[in-house]
Design a protein around this ligand. Sequence first.
Ligand code: F6R
Length: 617
Amino acid sequence: MCGIIGYIGEDNALPFLLEGLEKMEYRGYDSSGISVMSENKIKTYKKCGRLEALKNTLASENTLVSSIGIGHTRWATHGKPSDINSHPHVSQSGKISVVHNGIIENYISLKNFLVEKGYKFISDTDTEVVAQLIDFHYDGDLLKAVQKTVSDLEGSYALGIICSDEPDKIIAVKKDSPLIIGTNYGENKDKSENYIASDIMALLLRTRKIYRLQENNIAVIKKNSIVVYTPEEKILNPEKDFELANWDIESSGKGNYEHFMMKEIMEQPEVISKTLTSKIKNGEISFEHLNISDEYLKNISKIYIVACGSAANAGLVGRYIIEKLLKIPVEVELASEFRYKEPLVDKTTLVIVISQSGETADSLAALREAKKQGAKILSIVNVRGSSIANESDYVIYTSAGPEIAVATTKAYSCQLCIIYIFSLFLADKLNIMDSSDMSKYINKLASLSDKIQEILLKKEQIMEIAKKYKDNKYAFFIGRTLDYAVCMEGSLKLKEVSYIHSEAYAAGELKHGPISLIENGTLVIALLTQDKLFDKMVSNLREVKARGAKIFAVTTIDHKEKISQIADDIFYIPNSLSEFSPSLSVIPFQIFSYYSALLRNCDIDKPRNLAKSVTVE
Ligand code: F6R
């Protein structure tokens, strides 16, 4: 979703702003823009469409040099994508320029108020209200005007603000939307310069030294100082709270791959191994920094897993694992539903929030709701210091590294691993698993990376299968229990990147309605890894085959004889414990989705209408 960038220092801001915007393209956007200062005036350039359009406009402005600037990639919420609705938004007086992520919920009443005061609006956005309101409050002190403005705002907002009367500062504000400040470091440390961004990826070009602005705080950023104000007007010196980001710029590049999605699929053996070794040492599971008491763990009566999209699909796998290993009832809820459904939680409920970005608005709101009702929150998050991580009682980080492709692959896989390890950890704490079973599970976990590697080496086989079905208009994924949970993820992956409409069904459910859609040539993708359900699955496949379906089956080699009699295409995955099979069976689905998208000329890393980090409801 929207991305903010800002620079103040001694160099020309423009190249940094454009590079930063480029690094945030993966978040999803439909327009971009920048404001810089030239001859004591704010100059703003904004363009609908890809960043290329903005760069083309700026190409002729070769005399444009400014040591301060803000920039933005917009993902339209209020008003269609257009040049005028793009950010930055500049106040009527031309003095104040603002970039904004989030939504101002009371913008209509504020707009009416400002119109009465004589302000004229040119865009359909909520953000223009912020620029005009700061202008209205401005009497020569930008900080005061911003403080007054935010006390009028309702909603979520990360803001970057510049003012032509005070060209020595950028003001940054954070409420319910991410914003980080970077400072010169390493090779750059002799320069006086500071930066703001909504995404660490945009800052890695210059620095790994970052400060995470806390909720409701306002920062005044000059080229050689950063001062932070709390809502109570307490002044904070952030120096001691700077941290070094553990991601580097190389890991955010495409390497030799054509697309980030394939690069990230291929990174899975490595990141899974990292995730496992960070939590399992000498055959023992340890969550060193979790600080979760045994007494609390023993009293858990119910677990909710709350998340969106693929993270919720990881939760579906989690439900089967936790219920099987721990016999604790688990409910998996989409965060957007959980937050409004008056969930039955109390202090014996553990709510597990899963999120790659740690910023998903619905997941964050669900977390707050659960906390309000007295539950403890354990989050499984990829981005360090993100809002969900910050607001949780306990956090477990996945070690997926930066994930740039909008469609998640490696982060989902790492989420599965954390679910397995945490379930075993809990089984140990609750004394419900004997040591030989524990060792068996831990050994099998340790072999996952190699088995995934085996699958990846056969990716061309899956490409050949994708070639056969690339023109299909729709597909069904079917499986039972854990396989059904993985089918949910396979189906989401296929539709989001290749635009082939697909649905996942529990195989036993087909005859209760969806089978009416099966006709000659309909693609049915079947997952059969659960040995005791294999014959049931084969019966379901016979039903669709009899109605003309083409079957692509993913299973293990032990089932070769039976499956060859019915499936048109087969991909074999290595054997594993049935509990851990999702980590293997999801890989062919990711690869199939990738090649289907490639063969259909889709924008694989940035599918239409999608955003990587969904920071609005
Ligand atoms: C699909 C995908 C999304 C995300 C969802 C939640 O490939 O990536 O469905 O899983 O938007 O995002 P996070 O995990 O950042 O909360």
